[in-house]
Design a protein around this ligand. Structure first.
Ligand code: UDP
Ligand code: MG
Length: 349
């Protein structure tokens, strides 16, 4: 249903393209209870982005402008840059952009807390000022045209619109294969996530309200989104290369994000310990038979049989006990997160 979009070039190329898109998007229906012209907030996490902001932010502002002109966004729509404790002059650039155009707003975190926390800070700040918020990276790898389509889908009644990559051509071989492996592992560990979706998505005010009820400190937004539920859909787009600068995700940061993703949503690794313990216990029977046979055949050195039997038996008992303790820790882990038990989508009273 949604076509693929090409990467954008200069702001001028881009405007021409967006206008064309708007001609066929703006006449789409508006659901009951949704505004014709919602206030849209772009939330942009920025960590040491001094090389891209001057180039990318005017493009985002221009996109808002086009959306306003096309009648799909209100005139008080805005861009919110979240400086995630940058050590370069990112904040000075945000301040200069704000002076030039107050539609670009900024908040600055006192320390680098990572993209997930920066996004959360931005979303919670934008929540009171906007009808919907679109999270987009500062390097504009994601498509602004797809963002316009997200707003149109919001007007049609969707609460979460996921940007999903049509292809991974712009990624290095390493990034492509490691990302695939990461999605597979997440699924194996019982995590519900959207394939090939990064942090480019639209959330309605209602979805933001539900998100605000997740008080956990180990934040993994992509894991929370499916749990929020509500009406959701996807928009596909081609991801372009970074405008300038380098990725802010080192290999270690990626590994730590993957570990956080799994351990924040799943107690399955702990259950695996229990299962391995059980498997070993069954294997014990075979080992015991073999050891006893060797013993009675006189092939075994004295002391070997009793050692073998106890090592195997105790090993499986230890794993099973750890697994049982793990089950309880899993329960504690779920309790301490104090996540909402439910959120109501509709009610008739
Ligand atoms: N980012 C952030 N805090 C961090 C790391 C990254 O706010 O600690 C931001 C970064 O400025 C960018 C977005 O998160 O807007 C995605 O980062 P990047 O483009 O470096 O990641 P990649 O696209 O290479 O996965
Ligand atoms: Mg990037």
């Amino acid at each position: 249903m949604h076509g693929h979009r090409q990467a954008i070039g200069s702001p001028r190329d881009y405007c021409a393209k967006l206008l064309i898109v708007n001609i066929n998007l703006k006449n789409r229906e508006v659901a009951d209870g949704r505004k014709q012209r919602p206030t849209v907030a772009f939330v942009v996490p920025c960590y040491n982005e001094h090389l891209v902001l001057r180039q990318s932010m005017p493009m985002v502002l221009e996109a808002l402008n086009e959306m306003e002109k096309a009648g799909i966004a209100s005139a008080d729509s805005f861009v919110l840059c979240v400086d995630d404790g940058s050590s370069d002059d990112t904040w000075q650039i945000i301040a200069a952009l704000h002076r030039a155009n107050p539609k670009l707003k900024g908040i600055r975190l006192s320390h680098n807390r990572g993209q997930q926390n920066a996004l959360f800070a931005g979303l919670m700040t934008a929540r009171d000022m906007a009808d919907c918020a679109i999270t987009i990276d500062a390097d504009l790898q994601d498509s602004l045209e797809a963002a316009a389509e997200m707003v149109v889908l919001y007007r049609e009644g969707y609460d979460i619109v996921y940007g999903v990559r049509a292809s991974r051509r712009s990624d290095s071989f390493f990034k492509r294969t490691s990302a695939r492996a990461f999605y597979k592992l997440q699924n194996r560990m019982g995590l519900e996530t959207i394939y090939d979706h990064s942090e480019f998505r639209l959330m309605s005010h209602r979805a933001l309200d539900i998100l605000s009820e997740y008080p956990e400190r180990n934040l993994y937004l992509r894991g929370i989104m499916p749990a929020i539920g509500l009406r959701h859909t996807t928009v596909s787009y081609d991801r372009s290369p970074r405008l300038a600068g380098e990725t802010k995700y080192s290999f270690m940061k990626l590994v730590s994000l993957s570990v956080d993703a799994i351990t924040s949503f799943s107690a399955r690794p702990m259950r695996l310990i229990f299962i391995i313990g059980l498997i070993l216990l069954v294997a014990d029977i075979g080992v015991a038979a073999w050891v006893l046979m060797s013993h009675f055949d006189g092939r075994a050195m004295s002391g070997w049989s009793s050692l073998m039997l106890s090592v195997w038996f105790l090993g499986s008992l230890i794993l099973i006990s750890l697994g049982i303790i793990g089950e309880y820790i899993g329960k504690i882990f779920n309790e301490v997160k104090r996540r909402p038990r439910y959120s109501v989508q509709d009610s008739l009273m």
